[in-house]
Design a protein around this ligand. Structure first.
Ligand SMILES: [Zn+2]
Length: 61
């Protein structure tokens, strides 16, 4: 299976980066931005609706 990479963007400081979906937790998990320290649900860091869909599918099993 291909490893999916998701695009993330911090809703507070607009930093952009990518993470392997296998390194991420469920969308409702609290996530801390490395750049500014903002803590939000991981779902708010997904850059596009598609990224959120992939994360939901992956973490639903
Ligand atoms: Zn940030």
């Amino acid at each position: 299976m291909q490893e999916a990479w998701l695009q993330l963007r911090c809703p507070a400081c607009s930093a952009d980066w990518e993470e392997r979906v296998s390194d991420l937790s469920a969308p409702e998990t609290q996530f801390v931005c490395d750049d500014c320290g903002t803590e939000r649900p991981l779902s708010e860091f997904m850059r596009t609706a598609r990224d959120l869909e992939v994360l939901q599918e992956f973490t639903d099993g």
